[in-house]
Design a binder for this molecule. Structure first.
Ligand code: ATP
Length: 372
């Protein structure tokens, strides 16, 4: 797995604000980044999505200059910045853990970010007011950080980064500490801010919903390797491998291991006793069928091409019902609309809508999206 993106073949043509070429970073024996490539355009929000330990924070740190790289190049505004001091990069970074001055007010915490820029007092006031309003911390400008909640402090930290007029903002899970309602509100504020001001952001998250809401362009990172880089629709509809397929979606894409064969000339996917007729002719051999929850439908026991399943567990998700079911030796998880009752061990029949179903090879790489 892992992709060698076409960044390597691109010329630095001025369109890319930032370009990482084969960037390798280790901490002793830990290979945090194993030669990653990525490109970010001016004015876009690039999201780096990945699980814990993927190398997301390390990627931001090498861009900000807080960590050096062992090999590879970092281009920023058409020049290599590997050895440029962090303060000379004109890049702002906000971490998940917030660093604020405890002994001064929120206003001063925000304004102090601008001190080095020798801005006049009127402009500083205006900027503080704009950023504080956007982040919903305007009423707390006179308070010291110790008198704020964790979520409010996090927004002040975010404000300290956003208030600076820089070329690139790096955000490391900046709203992870906020409650669900505030996160939702902040994401829409972010989108508004980014799209109206056309600021350039690299945003790190492990939350696929956040990634899909914010990113024009998403990079999926796993164990120091870029698994896929592309537009969010592409990442969702054409995941390059089962890792990417399963990082997006809740419940994640269900995987059924089996074989493609051409029984009697008709292509079928077989998994144990299950036979699923395919419209498309595919190379026979071991394969994995990837089915999104929305493509699984309950059916009556007398229907055609149905699959027998046994309810494994059942729960609620908002207004919907989440069911785990055993299909052969595998567990499928799906969400049915409304409040439905299932008993553990109950036999049910399902039908798969095969449009948009992904077929992966035994190396877990995508070979076909059915119906395309
Ligand atoms: P999380 O979402 O948990 O913050 P991440 O994707 O940001 O994870 P990184 O913090 O970049 O991951 O870490 C990548 C790898 O490098 C991990 O295996 C981590 O343990 C290791 N690592 C990071 N910083 C250091 C360090 N200072 N010393 C040693 N190993 C480190």
């Amino acid at each position: 797995m892992g992709e060698k993106s076409d960044v390597n073949n691109q010329d630095i043509n001025g369109e890319e604000l930032l370009l990482l070429r084969d960037v390798y970073k280790n901490y002793g024996s830990v290979e945090a980044l194993k030669g990653i490539n990525l490109a970010a355009k001016k004015g876009e929000c690039l999201v780096i999505l990945g699980p814990s330990g993927a190398g997301k924070t390390t990627t931001l740190k090498v861009i900000a200059g807080l960590e050096s790289v062992k090999s590879g190049e970092i281009y920023f505004k058409n020049r290599i910045i590997n050895n440029l001091e962090p303060r000379n990069r004109n890049i702002a970074m906000v971490f998940e853990t917030y660093a604020l001055y405890p002994h001064i007010s929120v206003y001063k915490n925000l304004a102090s970010s601008l001190n080095a820029l020798k801005m006049d007092e009127k402009e500083i006031k205006q900027r503080v007011r704009d950023v504080a309003t956007m982040l919903g911390i305007y009423p707390f400008l006179d308070r010291k950080p110790g008198f704020l909640s964790g979520g409010q402090r996090q927004r002040v930290a975010l404000g300290r980064a956003l208030i600076k007029p820089v070329d690139l903002y790096l955000m490391d899970e900046p709203i992870a500490h906020l409650d669900a309602k505030l996160r939702y509100q902040m994401i829409s504020e972010f989108k508004h801010l980014q799209e109206t001001l056309k600021i350039s952001i690299i945003y790190v998250t492990h939350d696929w919903r956040e990634a899909m809401s914010l990113g024009n362009h998403i990079i999926v990172l796993n164990q120091g390797t870029v698994e896929q880089s592309g537009k969010k629709e592409e990442i969702f509809k054409k995941p390059k491998n089962t890792f990417v397929a399963q990082i997006i979606g809740d419940p994640p894409m269900n995987l059924l291991h089996g074989r493609i064969s051409g029984s009697g000339g008709k292509p079928v996917f077989k998994s144990g006793d299950i036979e699923i007729a395919l419209k498309e002719r595919l190379e026979p051999g071991p394969a994995i069928m990837g089915v999104r929850s929305s493509k699984i439908h309950l059916t009556s026991s007398s229907g055609n091409s149905r699959i027998k399943a046994e309810v494994y567990s059942c729960g609620k998700h908002g207004m919907n019902t989440v069911v785990s079911m055993k299909i052969g030796d595998e567990i499928f998880k799906t969400e049915f609309k409304g409040n439905q009752k299932f008993e553990i061990g109950q036999k049910i029949f399902i039908q798969l809508d095969l449009s948009s179903t992904c077929i992966f090879n035994e190396k877990k790489e995508l070979i076909r999206v059915l119906g395309e």
